[in-house]
Design a protein around this ligand. Structure first.
Ligand code: SF4
Ligand code: SF4
Length: 422
């Protein structure tokens, strides 16, 4: 695409990859039909091709972006369907990530929006504060249920959660330890669903993998990163890198696909930083998703259960692990039911369900309509955001909990199916 980026801009370690993405777009529009916001709104500016033009103009011109530009970039889910669909290998991710950081630094949002973004970055990245939020959300449940707008969307996340037991700090040790993996406790998931990491520990122990909590680490930095708050995101990344370097492990795991996608891509946040870039590269090379480690094993799953497996966008488009979840569930003996539009984002997308509640709910309704038409007993995914967002009439359960159950572990607590007495 014609552009006016200067040689100095192209050489900038952060802006350069974004400008390169603009240059490599040939404006063909093949990506447009795969974009959930374009499919929903039908506006070129809410599709990848239109957004690329808006971001190009914003970055070339410099200065404060227009509210219109910010509105259309904010509506992007960062699902990266467009990146997967693009035949010209346009790295839309680098462009949108840099643009979000640019907006954060150059645009003054309305006070309410600034406060909300600040509280997401400060509260949701700290499990103790998330637990406090859950407590108050439950206390005020009748009000929370009818609370409008973005605040209501954030508070209702607390009502959708069913945490079971404390966050695990000790994991079962296999008889023969083949790998010793550090597990990051993360942030939101630890408060909303600590039972997921307990199940992960049991599943991996059966495969000879010992988990050890990565003391000193916390959030992976994805939540602030999605809002362009790069300094805060990098601070979380540095904590994790320092903690990992202090021990001796065969890898580092975080058990939400959105977070493992963030960790595997962490080096680009430090591009051009002579000290941290090489350290971040080593850390990223050691990062694992649960499905990197949970090899398929035959088990005794209830084959009469109909599972709708929802692969998160982060799994499909960032980690490029299409088919891994299906393979491991089917090997365990589960029956998967196909449903329509599996590639479309459910609308959770990190902080999106809070910051863009109307669009997010519209995508949720579309996803649930597709899933429920297949009449499943349970919706399974590997990402806490999707599980919380899709919770409703059909139970939602993490992939690790389903595998654990099939392999002899406890039945997932929120799996309430008539006749499922096993
Ligand atoms: S990342 Fe997703 S929402 Fe954003 S432009 Fe690409 S396809 Fe559309
Ligand atoms: S498919 Fe690729 S080259 Fe074509 S418009 Fe989309 S981003 Fe640009």
């Amino acid at each position: 695409m014609r552009n006016e980026f200067t040689a100095a801009q192209m050489a900038d370690p952060q802006l350069g990859p974004a400008a390169k993405a603009v240059r490599s777009c040939v404006h063909c529009g093949i990506c447009t039909a795969t974009c959930p916001t374009y499919v929903t709104l039908g506006d070129e500016r809410d599709g990848p091709r239109g957004r690329i033009v808006l971001m190009q103009k914003m970055l070339e011109a410099g200065g404060e972006p227009t509210p219109e530009t910010v509105r259309h970039i904010d509506r992007c889910l960062s699902c990266l369907n467009c990146k997967t669909a693009c035949p010209s290998s346009v790295n839309y991710q680098r462009l949108v990530d840099h643009s979000r950081a640019y907006i954060q630094d150059h645009y003054r949002r309305p006070l309410g929006d600034r406060l909300l973004r600040w509280s997401i970055a400060k509260v949701m990245t700290r499990p103790a504060l998330v637990r406090l939020g859950l407590f108050f959300a439950r206390l005020g449940a009748p009000v929370v249920r009818i609370l409008p707008g973005k605040l209501g969307a954030m508070a209702r996340m607390g009502l959708a959660a069913h945490p079971q037991g404390p966050a695990p700090f000790d994991f079962p040790k296999p008889d023969v330890v083949r790998q010793r993996i550090a597990i990051m406790p993360g942030c939101v998931q630890q408060a909303l669903a600590p039972q997921i990491d307990s199940a992960v520990g049991r599943v991996l122990a059966r495969r000879g993998i010992e988990l050890v909590v990565l003391e000193g680490s916390g959030c992976c930095g994805a939540l602030p990163h999605h809002m362009g708050r790069e300094d805060e995101s990098r601070a979380f990344a540095k904590r994790a890198i320092i903690a990992f370097e202090a021990g001796k492990y065969d890898g580092v795991l975080i058990t939400a696909t959105g977070c493992s996608a963030q960790l595997k891509d962490i080096a680009h946040q430090f591009a051009g930083d002579a000290e941290w870039e090489p350290r971040a590269k080593k850390f990223a090379a050691a990062a694992k998703d649960f499905l990197d480690l949970a090899t398929p094993l035959p088990a005794k799953a209830r084959a009469d259960l109909r599972l709708a497996y929802h692969p998160a966008c982060s799994l499909q488009n960032s980690l490029k692990m299409n088919g891994f979840g299906e393979a491991v569930l089917q090997a365990a003996g589960y029956t998967l039911v196909p449903f329509g539009e599996m590639h479309l984002c459910c609308g959770s997308a990190g902080t999106y369900s809070i910051l863009q509640p109307e669009l997010s709910q519209s995508l949720r309704a579309r996803k649930l309509g597709n899933i429920e038409a297949a009449r499943p007993h349970v919706i399974v995914s590997g990402n806490i955001g999707c599980l919380t967002h899709l919770s409703g009439a059909t139970p939602t359960v993490h992939l690790a909990e389903m595998l654990d159950w099939a392999e002899g572990g406890p039945k997932p607590a929120n799996l309430e199916i008539p006749g499922s007495s096993r």
